[in-house]
Design a protein around this ligand. Structure first.
Ligand code: TXA
Ligand code: MG
Length: 334
């Protein structure tokens, strides 16, 4: 990592041209998307992309997702597109879905960690698509967090995480989804659900129909070779310890003198007769979608508030619950 911090420009949507110019000159620009904030560089510029790994402290074998402005651009950057991928693009792009496809050799090997495939995605947030269009090049962008830490979902989190490490940070709306995109790859066996996200396995299956299996983890004989390299690294971890609970009675109501606790869940206060201690910080969501949206910001808040532990009500392992559980499990692994 560079020892001299860079001067970071705070740009807004009025400065889109300036942000695009910086990207074309090989500079790093953090930008908003509907999932999380991305740490962007020109995906065709190997030197600029090398700086992404440096700014994040990211292992070189962990490939970057390449963001394109429109679905038809996938024809340029993927060498071939299976019919299952076309069905998913049609249904979910622009949106929080990354497709792993054979890569065009113009995309440097360093971007894809030496793999012959590339992860492509068209973001739903219009500002992100405008930036890619204005830059005129695809943008490689991992989540804009230092490696291992929670992904930023608000401008303030992105600024705090990346100022001094990049040339500019583009202000934009807080992330609507709050979790990183769903990632899938393709093989003769079916569609491999590699990273759960807000586009659920069930939603993919609904579009693909019963004759094309959507394979998750162990159920996939190819899982050993079709993993996302990122899945082997610890991730999403705040400084505050995270614990999962199923029933509110499991919460340590009797602990009085330590740091206050945080509680995050859907429909809290419904299955306990006990009174919540006033010092506890409660994030009570109405839906799992809301919980997904605030999850990383809550991790960040828990650190700022110096909470002793953040207790999170365990979601069910289906729909978006699978994606939330995936992030929680990675945040609790030591
Ligand atoms: O929502 C998102 O996907 C955000 C925004 C910025 O678009 N980006 C993001 O990137 O989450 P990142 O780098 O934090 O996660 C990308 C994941 C990593 O686990 C990486 O291993 C996997 O995608 N990946 C990227 N290219 C791949 C490839 N060619 N084959 C397998 N896995 C790949
Ligand atoms: Mg990430």
């Amino acid at each position: 990592m560079s020892t001299n911090p860079l001067t970071t420009l705070h740009l807004t949507s009025k400065d889109l041209r300036q942000a695009a110019d910086l990207l074309r000159k090989g500079k790093l620009v953090v930008f908003p998307t509907e999932t999380v904030w991305g740490l962007g560089a020109n995906a065709l510029d190997a030197a600029a992309c090398a700086r992404i790994f440096q700014a994040k402290g990211r292992p070189a074998d962990n490939p970057l997702i390449v963001h394109i402005a429109k679905t038809s651009d996938a024809e340029t950057w993927a060498l071939s597109i299976p019919k299952e991928a076309r069905m998913l693009m049609e249904a979910f792009w622009p949106g929080p879905l990354t497709l792993i496809l054979p890569k065009n050799p113009l995309i440097p090997d360093s971007v894809t960690g030496g793999q012959s495939t590339v992860g492509l995605r068209v973001p739903a947030l219009e500002l992100a698509r405008q930036l890619i269009l204005e830059a005129g090049v695809p943008l490689a962008a991992p989540s804009a967090n230092p490696s291992g830490r929670p992904s930023p979902t608000h401008f303030s989190m992105a600024w705090e995480a990346m100022q001094g490490r990049v040339e500019a940070i583009l202000e934009g709306p807080s992330s609507l989804e709050g979790l990183e995109s769903t990632i899938v790859s393709f093989s003769p066996l079916g569609v491999h659900y590699l990273r759960p996200g807000s586009i659920s396995r069930e939603a993919l299956q609904g579009v693909l129909g019963p004759s094309i299996p959507v394979l998750v983890g162990e159920s996939s004989p190819l899982s050993a070779i079709s993993v996302t390299p990122g899945s082997k690294y610890p991730h999403y971890r705040p400084h505050t310890p995270i614990r999962l609970f199923e029933h509110e009675e499991e919460l340590p109501f009797e602990v009085q003198n330590s740091s206050p606790l945080g509680i995050l869940g859907v429909g809290l206060g419904l299955d306990s007769n006990r009174k919540w201690p006033v010092r506890w910080k409660i994030w009570n969501c109405v839906t799992l979608e809301e919980l997904a949206r605030i999850l990383f910001a809550t991790f960040h808040q828990a650190d700022l508030l110096n909470l002793g532990t953040l207790w999170v009500k365990r979601p069910q392992e289906n729909g978006i619950g699978l994606a939330i559980l995936n992030r929680l499990q990675k945040a609790t692994i030591n």
